[in-house]
Ligand binder design. Structure first.
Ligand SMILES: Cc1cc2nc3c(=O)[nH]c(=O)nc-3n(C[C@H](O)[C@H](O)[C@H](O)COP(=O)(O)OP(=O)(O)OC[C@H]3O[C@@H](n4cnc5c(N)ncnc54)[C@H](O)[C@@H]3O)c2cc1C
Length: 444
């Protein structure tokens, strides 16, 4: 590695990722700091600029949560960073009211998040991927943390901080059968959808046969987009389940996404937490908004009327194998009901196969001796060995202990407030007296 750029500053907090979770935290820290004194905070994001799942923003996609669950309203409805204030600042408040919806399109919510992020330019660095978080040791104690990152030019950076908050989001899940094809441009995860579609022949109207693997919201959105935007495509929707199932967003069930539910969940033992997560899976995982399901059903029904079968719906179907050659991608599809295996040929495959939440393990691996099994306190701080004085917080990796809202937008402002309070308490009680700039540089 080339000589790393090392900073002598000791930050109070470095945030890994600058998605909605850390953006909500940046606001909470700013608003709290105006009264109690500001912390030195920096957020690093690997993307070149602010984007919220930018390659998935097809024009029909809508927010799956009320706009009132923006970055601030649950915590401070008078904050200037509310979605309503964004609408006002952009001259669309009246028009949005006329729309009569709680669910803006995701493109607009992305624009809202970008607008908020632009107010935090001084505290954020884009185009820097964090590679590792290491201990800064003094007398066998972890006094601080060293954050190693790499920028777009390949330059490494080393920074020191008293605390980190890991909010790096999900990592695309690639099913086993497709792992060998990960470098094939014709096979891609839904998280790359818009960018990869610009390189497909159907953009110029050439015929293509495309398979979408998955039965959740992303699969449904990709199906509608291919149907509407690319008339030369024939699409096979391939899912293990027997049907596209609706997301349950009915009001009593929605209470699992309330801040109070986080307390209830956290107070339970492991078995009961698991049971509660399983009970409410149908709010978020492998489910689709009902209006999209109805649209897709309508498309298949009209095919029956016309007798022209452009698309195929393969339910109860798993992929036995995937192989590629110059002609395309061959899939061996197994029907779970009949056991029958059929070979199908495609020009492109879209993996709408969800996300894994493992990034924290990779980033925090150098601290493994102090971390145990990633048990998390109620304030989202990882329970560490007493030798670790530095604070390590996580957002989006605490579903098992804090509930289904952890990976969503549902409780962002409240969670930010809780982490903010913990950071200030930590700052007052645990500040290591021996952490001088000289020692920090010596450790780099
Ligand atoms: C397509 C899609 C639609 C969704 N729609 C909704 C919705 O409508 N409602 C809802 O409640 N939830 C939705 N979600 C769930 C989603 O997780 C949350 O909306 C939200 O994005 C979580 O914010 P986050 O900041 O925790 O994670 P993310 O938004 O994933 O942000 C993580 C950030 O970390 C950065 N990063 C990752 N690794 C590194 C690294 N090593 N170094 C530096 N930076 C890094 C990434 O570039 C990214 O900007 C959706 C998810 C997807 C994928």
């Amino acid at each position: 590695m080339t000589q790393a750029i090392a900073s002598a500053v000791v930050h109070d907090l470095i945030g890994i990722g600058f998605g909605p979770s850390n953006l909500a935290l940046a606001i909470a820290l700013q608003e709290h700091g105006q009264v109690h004194g500001h912390l030195d905070v920096l957020f690093l994001d690997k993307q070149a600029d602010y984007r919220w799942h930018g390659n998935t923003l097809v024009s029909q996609s809508e927010l799956q949560i009320s706009f009132l669950k923006d970055l601030v309203t649950l915590r401070n409805p008078t904050s200037p960073y509310s979605f309503v204030n964004y609408l006002k600042a952009h001259g669309r408040l009246v028009d949005f009211i006329n729309l009569g919806t709680f669910y803006p399109c995701r493109m607009e919510f992305n624009d809202y998040l970008r607008w908020v992020a632009s107010h935090f330019a001084a505290q954020s660095r884009y185009g820097e991927e964090v590679l590792a978080i290491e201990p800064v040791l003094h007398q066998q104690q972890v006094e601080a943390l060293r954050v190693i990152s790499r920028d777009i030019q390949g330059q490494h950076h080393v920074r020191t901080t008293r605390s980190v908050v890991v909010s790096a989001g999900g990592t695309p899940r690639i099913p086993e059968a497709f792992k060998a094809l990960k470098d094939d441009a014709r096979v891609f995860h839904h998280s790359q959808y818009l960018e990869r579609m610009t390189r497909q022949p159907c953009i110029n109207g050439q015929p293509m046969r495309i398979a979408i693997i998955g039965g959740g919201q992303s699969a449904a959105e990709a199906f509608i987009d291919l149907n509407d935007s690319y008339p030369s495509t024939r699409v096979d929707l391939i899912l293990r389940g027997s049907a596209l199932k609706p997301a349950d967003d009915s009001p009593f069930v929605n209470e699992v996404f309330s801040p109070q539910f986080t307390d209830l969940m956290y107070q339970q033992g492991t078995a009961e937490r698991e049971r509660m997560i399983n009970e409410y899976q149908s709010t978020n995982y492998s489910v689709v908004d009902i209006d999209l399901i109805e649209r897709i059903y309508g498309i298949f029904y009209r095919q029956k009327v016309s007798g022209i079968a452009r698309h195929v719906f393969h339910s109860l179907t798993s992929i036995d194998s995937a192989t590629a050659d110059g002609q395309g991608i061959q899939l061996a599809l197994r029907n779970a009901a009949s056991g029958e295996v059929s070979e199908q040929h495609y020009d492109a495959i879209i993996l709408a196969t969800g996300y894994e939440r493992q990034m924290h393990r990779q980033l925090l691996a150098p601290l493994a001796n102090y971390l145990g099994e990633f048990e998390v306190d109620r304030d989202y701080r990882i329970v560490t060995d007493p030798r670790c004085k530095a604070g390590i917080y996580m957002q989006g990796f605490c579903q098992a202990s804090h509930g289904l809202s952890d990976t969503l937008l549902s409780v962002l402002p409240i969670r930010a407030q809780e982490i903010c309070a913990s950071l200030y308490a930590h700052d007052q009680h645990d500040k290591p007296v021996s952490l001088t700039d000289e020692r920090v540089l010596a450790a780099v």
